[in-house]
Each structure stands twice: as structure tokens, then as C-alpha cells.
Design a protein around this ligand. Structure first.
Ligand code: ADP
Ligand code: MG
Length: 608
């Protein structure tokens, strides 16, 4: 019998290889972006038409290619990035297989324009289905532009296999985000069908995350940082209360490469141990650096899987780092993440058997100035430990019965586990709300407590919630001096986020046509005056502290004053709201919101 084995012609081999490398337009996007980054580009433009089915083009200002290299780059296993097998274990580049361009050229129409910095004129090459159609000299900027048209033109089955434009575009965006998040210092411009999707300036990591996912994510991020001999971890995780039902933004980057790793994912989830409501997922952006020779990224052609040498150690380090950062966040001031880490109170994990971050649940229509019939009740927060504060109390005051629930920070105060406990409140001297707890009594300062409640409510509104305003029948005009007007313009977006609606801001007048629901129209002027004064005194050094200053100032202006009589319903609501705050024990300005007097202390007074 005659021999039957034949070597496949190159273009067939390329088509087969292409099946591995190029599954969809998004794969082309990824390969081209990565080549641009490997070429040292600082600015990269991505152009897409019809979700990449008609065009994917990447233009970079990197080092470009010589004419010979430009031709060679389309040969299979043609790469400038590794020379020996050993190089594979010390990779500093994204590419290394030399397969991408050859594969793409096998299944599409490709047009390359490229020029190196010392060349006067560049190279222009057109390839269709692995065949060079045309090559000439061209005037083009330094760098490379590669346009990939008519993807899968010669493999109709693959082309038909593509999903709808919206799904393919989704995949493209995912690839783009991964690359953009890996390289915040590189500027990106992304166009789809001639309209700009994202324009990202060179920035730091936090700014890049915000630029990609929107301003609101900023407040949700808890920074992560750890350095050990075998791994450096940097990045951010989302605060537990912002966890989402859908598995949203979860990114691992290892040595500047987006990867998926179920084991490390588990380590992060595990660090959130009991902090998340069931079925909720945190976001994370974690950048791990490990010595290149301790990983093997070579196990999958699309290279998102990775093998670590010391997986178990990495798991433990990652888990405890994330856990520690979450813990610090839990007991430290809410807003200022750039503070000195040494000022943070360390967090004692061992005491936290059951951890559950209280949600800020605020009734937007709660107005303690209103009569009882007008104030509505709202869903009670679900945390379970404050109630033990009230366990074992017998009927002592026949004023009001409420259920009170707990914040984790106070765990040691309350260790009983009875379920529904009725407690009573009593307003004393129109200033304190007195309530009996298991170990004695608690005195709550109504003004300071309400400040805390409003402060957290404003912060929540500013950062996550949609705001509700009351529309004014007649626009409210308030005159201010020039300085205050300028200030007002500066903080206008923040004021809008809490419910102020500006009709216009002139040289000397502010016209409002909507105000927050819990603000009385007659108090607006005074409120603004105090606010401007507070902000001027605060000298905010960042947008966070500015937000914080606004929230504090509004909270102080709007809080129930001492001397105001509260009916039992209002007392109840205030108590509940206070203890569902993140930091119930302090007013926004750091004063105690309540004190407790233990039975022993009271007894001592009798004994002496
Ligand atoms: P790999 O990236 O694995 O080396 P590719 O097929 O993606 O393989 O690219 C082949 C070669 O073409 C690269 O090694 C590089 O030398 C060159 N190249 C590709 N894209 C660019 C670019 N945008 N700028 C400069 N050189 C490039
Ligand atoms: Mg490549």
C-alpha cells in the first residue's frame, strides 16, 4: 500500500489553528490589543463595526515593525517575544506563541500599516486568507494599525455561528475592560460604529476602575495591599453591602494578565465569610504579582487559565489579606480610604463568630417633626444582635414597645439569643431617649443620634441610591455672594445627588425647583448658609472629604433638635434607625450618641 500521510498546507494548518485562537470577534480584539501593549504603546485606539463582524481595528503608537517583520509577523510561530523554551518561564509579554496574526490572517481580510520611529515611510500590507494581496510603502505615523475585516469570510459555518451583535459586543467589551484594567497608565479610545464607547486617559488604578465602571463605584471600593516573599497583592474589593445578585465585576490579574482561577476566587469569597447575604456576589479587582517562574500560563491557548506553584499558600495569604482589609474598613471611618493605615483600629477576627454588616435602611419619609399619623413605618433591618441587649428585661416602662436589633461591633454587650424582645422607650427632658436593656439602661441623645442617621442616609444617597426630591410649586430663589455661588457650583453634583434640584445658578442667585424630601422649604436658606460655612472651614482635600463635609453639615442642620418632643412612634423609629447604622455609637462629628448605665453602676450608687 502506498503512503497516505501528508503534511497539511500552511493555509489549512493556519485555519485549524485559527479555530483555537479566534473564536469570535472579541478574540481578535484581545490579540490585537495585547500586541499593541507588547509593542510599548501608550495610546491605543480600538474601532469596531457591527460588533467586530465587519471590522476590528487597533491603532497604536508603539514601536512599529520593519518591513521584513511586518511580513514575517503573519507566519505561524513567528514571534519576537521568546527565543528559547526557557523564555516561556520568564514571560514579560502577553504574546509568545506567534500564532495570533497568522491565525487571524487565515480567516479574514487584514490590512496592516506600520512604521518604526527611525523610518521615514512605513509598510502597508494586505492579506486575505493567508495570501498576500498587496504590499507597498505608505506614509503613516509611528506605530501600527491593524484592521481585520470580514472575519470568517472563508468559513461560513463559523460566521453563522456568531451570536447577535449585542452579545458579540458584550464579549468585546469584556475583553476591552480586562485589558484597560490591567494597564491604567495606557490611554484607550474605544469606538463602536463610529460612536465613542469609552475614552480612558492615562491614570492610576482607582481612577481607571471608576472611568470604566462609573463614578458610583468609587465609594464601594476597599483597598487591598499585601506584600510577601511569594506574592504581592494589590487592588480593591467591594464593600459587603454593595454585593450584587449577579456576579458582576470580578477580576484577577496575575503579572498583568487577566486570569480566571476558581481556587483563588474561592479564597476571596471565603474572606467575605458571612458578610454577604445569600446569593450575593462581591466585586473585586485584584492584582497579584508572583515570580514568573512560579506559574505556568501555558496550559490553554487563550491563556486565561493559570497554574500556580504554591497554590495553597497563595490561597491563605489572599484570604487573610482580603479579610483583614474588610475588617479594617468595618471599624474605621467610612469615607477616607487614603488615610494612614496605621491609624486603623486592628480588627479582631476571633471575636466575630457571626458577622453581618447592617444595611442602612432609612425611611425617606420619616420626619420627626410630623405628627404620628403622618410618619410611616418601614422595613426593619435584619441583623440580630441588638435584640439581645433587650433580652431579660421585664416590663419597666409602659411607653412604647419596639424590637431592637444589633450591630456587630457591640457583640460582647449582648450575648443572649432570645428571638423577639419587646422594649420600651421614654423621652426624658425632651433630649434623651431612655430605654431599658439587659444590663441596665441606655440613654440616647436624640439630636446626636439623628445626626448619625441622617449622615449615613445622605452618604448612601450620594453614593448608591437614586434620589427623591419634592418638587417646589414655586421655584425658590436665594441670594448669595459671589464666593458662595462659586462654591455652590462646585458642589452642585453632590447637592443634586441628595435631592436638591437647581433651576439655575446666576451671579448672585440660586434658583431651586426641587429639594430633598426631608427638608423644609423655609429652612433651605439657613441650611445652605451653614453648609457653605462648613465647607469653607473644612478645606476639603479630596472629593471624598467634600462629600463627607456636605453630608455632615446637612445632617447637623436637619437633625431633630434637643428640646423637641417626640412621640413614641418617633422614638421607636429613631432608635431603630440609629442601631441599623454602620457606626451607631458616634455622631458624624465624633460625639457619643448614647451612653449605657449598667445595673451594677446604678446599684453602686445606692450602696455608697
Ligand atoms: P505573539 O504576540 O505571540 O508574538 P502575534 O502573532 O500576535 O504573536 O504577533 C507576531 C509578531 O508580530 C509579534 O511577536 C510582534 O513582533 C509583531 N507585532 C504584532 N503586532 C504588533 C504591533 N502592534 N506592533 C509591533 N509589532 C507587532
Ligand atoms: Mg500576540
Amino acid at each position: 500500500m502506498s503512503d497516505i500521510i501528508q503534511l497539511l498546507p500552511d493555509h489549512v494548518a493556519n485555519q485549524i489553528a485559527a479555530g483555537e485562537v479566534v473564536q469570535r470577534p472579541a478574540s481578535v480584539v484581545k490579540e490585537l490589543l495585547e500586541n499593541a501593549i507588547d509593542a510599548g504603546a501608550t495610546e491605543i485606539k480600538l474601532l469596531i463595526k457591527d460588533a467586530g463582524k465587519t471590522l476590528v481595528q487597533v491603532i497604536d503608537n508603539g514601536k512599529g515593525m520593519s518591513t521584513t517583520d511586518a511580513r514575517l509577523s503573519f507566519e505561524r510561530h513567528a514571534t519576537s517575544k521568546i527565543r528559547t523554551a526557557e523564555d516561556l518561564f520568564n514571560l514579560n509579554t502577553k504574546g509568545f506563541r506567534g500564532e495570533a496574526l497568522a491565525s487571524i490572517a487565515a480567516i479574514a481580510h487584514v490590512e496592516v500599516k506600520t512604521k518604526q520611529v527611525d523610518q521615514e515611510l512605513g509598510t502597508h500590507i494586505k492579506i486575505e486568507g493567508s495570501t498576500i494581496q498587496n504590499q507597498d510603502v505608505i506614509a503613516t505615523p509611528t506605530g501600527t494599525s491593524i484592521a481585520v475585516k470580514h472575519l470568517f469570510f472563508n468559513i461560513p459555518a463559523r460566521r453563522n455561528f456568531l451570536k447577535s451583535n449585542s452579545i458579540e459586543l458584550r464579549h468585546i467589551k469584556d475583553e476591552f475592560y480586562r485589558v484597560a484594567l490591567t494597564h491604567p497608565s495606557i490611554a484607550f479610545d474605544f469606538y463602536s460604529n463610529d460612536s465613542e464607547v469609552l475614552n480612558l486617559n492615562s491614570s492610576n488604578l482607582r481612577q481607571r476602575i471608576v472611568a470604566v465602571f462609573g463614578k458610583k463605584i468609587n465609594e464601594k471600593l476597599v483597598p487591598i495591599q499585601e506584600h510577601t516573599d511569594i506574592i504581592t497583592i494589590e487592588g480593591f474589593v467591594s464593600k459587603p453591602e454593595f454585593a450584587k445578585k449577579k456576579r458582576g465585576e470580578q477580576f484577577f490579574f496575575v503579572n498583568n494578565r487577566f486570569i480566571k482561577n476558581g481556587y483563588l476566587h474561592h479564597a476571596v469569597i471565603n474572606a467575605f465569610d458571612q458578610l454577604l447575604p445569600p446569593g450575593h456576589h462581591p466585586s473585586y479587582f485584584l492584582y497579584l504579582s508572583v515570580p514568573p517562574n512560579t506559574i505556568d500560563i501555558n496550559i490553554h491557548p487563550t491563556k486565561t487559565e493559570i497554574k500556580f506553584e504554591n497554590e495553597h499558600a497563595l490561597y491563605a495569604i489572599l484570604r487573610s489579606t482580603v479579610k483583614h482589609s474588610l475588617g479594617q474598613y468595618n471599624v474605621s471611618p467610612v469615607l477616607d480610604f487614603n488615610r494612614d493605615a496605621t491609624m486603623d483600629v486592628p480588627y479582631s477576627f476571633k471575636d466575630k463568630t457571626s458577622v453581618s454588616t447592617p444595611k442602612i435602611t432609612v425611611n425617606p419619609s420619616f420626619n420627626p417633626f410630623e405628627s404620628e399619623s403622618n410618619s410611616k413605618s418601614y422595613d426593619k433591618p435584619k441583623t440580630a444582635q441588638w435584640e439581645s441587649l433587650y433580652s431579660g428585661t421585664e416590663t419597666a416602662l409602659d411607653v412604647q414597645e419596639i424590637e431592637v436589633e444589633a450591630d456587630v461591633v457591640h457583640k460582647d454587650l449582648f450575648n443572649s439569643s432570645e428571638n423577639e424582645i419587646k422594649v420600651k422607650t421614654l423621652q426624658v427632658h425632651k433630649k434623651y431617649i431612655l430605654s431599658v436593656i439587659k444590663s441596665g439602661v441606655v440613654y440616647i441623645n436624640q439630636n446626636l443620634a439623628h445626626q448619625r442617621v441622617l449622615y449615613e442616609e445622605f452618604l448612601t444617597k450620594m453614593t448608591i441610591e437614586d434620589t427623591s426630591s419634592q418638587q417646589l410649586l414655586f421655584p425658590l430663589e436665594i441670594a448669595f455672594n459671589k464666593g458662595d455661588i462659586t462654591l455652590c457650583k462646585e458642589i452642585q453634583p453632590d447637592l443634586e445627588s441628595v435631592g436638591f434640584q437647581f433651576d439655575k445658578i446666576d451671579n448672585d442667585t440660586i434658583t431651586l425647583d426641587g429639594i430633598p424630601v426631608n427638608v423644609n422649604q423655609n429652612n433651605v436658606q439657613g441650611l445652605f448658609e451653614e453648609l457653605f460655612e462648613d465647607i469653607k472651614n473644612e478645606i476639603p482635600d479630596s472629593s471624598f472629604s467634600q462629600l463627607d463635609a456636605i453630608a455632615k453639615s446637612l445632617a447637623r442642620s436637619l437633625a431633630i433638635k434637643n428640646g423637641t418632643k417626640l412621640n413614641s412612634k418617633e422614638q421607636e423609629e429613631l432608635l431603630q434607625q440609629l442601631f441599623s447604622c454602620k457606626e451607631p455609637n458616634q455622631s458624624p462629628f465624633g460625639k457619643k450618641t448614647f451612653i449605657t448605665l449598667s445595673s451594677e453602676e446604678i446599684q453602686l450608687k445606692f450602696d455608697n
